[in-house]
Ligand binder design. Structure first.
Ligand SMILES: [Zn+2]
Length: 298
């Protein structure tokens, strides 16, 4: 089934809902990065969260960076997302893996760790990027994100993120859900919603049984005046180019670049997001250095 993200409201616009299935995009990402099962689940949850949050951005030129770093063996996970819900990212240690936790689930919290922060950065292009961070609660990512929305954005939210990983690390299903209460909503609605979401079958299980994202929403909100607003198609996409990598090479500084040039070797630069390799020969590095020096004398 195709990955899909749906935006909806319920209870007369008092509840805002974003839900997505991300099986294909997570599968693609964990293959590119060679993730082991626990790392695949953690990275998949972050990518799914990224898709959901990207779709909440207001303008087309914005992007959002979601970073979690809790001192665990995953060594940090970073995801960048865009308004059309496409994402890219990486995990510090794709081989991070632990035995299942006490409830028999992949121990995402264990590899993420709880000694650190969840950071959300909005890049508005023209203005300075805006960052806010909250301390990690459980490292399970869904809980941490719900905490972030409630504390940093003062929007009571429930977040469900689920990834089912097969023994060969391929993804059986992945998806997520963000449910937010609008400020004018009353308390009893919050209680009803909390109860409903607590009883909900895990979203990855629903998607694994071939339920479409619309059916998932129907199963939770069908008696709550559910209104679908629109749909998007999440994907894993990297937009790296030789030009961008060259810029990154420049950022290491003239002195270091000169060192590399003197070594006389071909420099290999790998894109963190898609693992594509860009080669810069001795002569090409020489050209880049010449250009920097020329620009400086103008
Ligand atoms: Zn790339």
């Amino acid at each position: 089934m195709e990955d899909k993200l749906v935006r909806a409201t319920a209870k007369n616009n008092n509840i805002r809902i974003i839900a997505c299935s991300t099986t294909k995009l997570v599968n693609r990402a964990v293959k590119i990065h060679g993730c082991h099962p626990t790392a695949a689940a953690a990275f998949g949850r972050m990518l799914t969260a990224g898709s959901l949050m990207g779709s909440m951005l207001k303008s087309k030129s914005e992007s959002l960076t979601l970073r979690i770093s809790g001192g665990g063996n995953a060594r940090g996970i970073l995801v960048i997302s865009y308004p059309d819900s496409h994402v890219k990212g990486y995990i510090g240690n794709p081989k991070a893996n632990l035995a299942p936790n006490s409830s028999g689930k992949l121990d995402v919290g264990g590899i993420v760790g709880t000694n650190g922060n969840l950071t959300v950065t909005r890049d508005l292009r023209l203005k300075e990027p805006y960052s806010s961070q909250v301390p990690i609660q459980t490292g399970e990512i869904g809980d941490d994100l719900a905490y972030y929305f409630t504390v940093s954005e003062q929007t009571p939210s429930a977040v469900a993120l689920g990834v089912l990983v097969d023994t060969d690390s391929s993804i059986k299903s992945a998806g997520g859900l963000i449910v937010q209460m609008m400020p004018e909503a009353d308390k009893s609605l919050a209680d009803l919603l909390t109860d409903r979401l607590k009883k909900m079958t895990p979203i990855s299980t629903l998607i694994d049984t071939e339920k479409s994202i619309y059916e998932v929403l129907d199963s939770i909100f069908d008696d709550m005046d559910l209104k679908i607003l629109d749909e998007l198609y999440p994907s894993y996409r990297c937009d790296c180019s030789r030009e961008r990598v060259e810029k990154a090479l420049l950022s290491i500084g003239c002195k270091d670049l000169e060192e590399i040039y003197k070594e006389g070797k071909t420099e290999e630069i790998r894109c963190n997001f898609c693992n594509k390799i860009y080669l810069f020969t001795h002569e090409q590095i020489g050209e880049i250095l010449k250009n920097i020096k020329r620009e400086r004398t103008i």
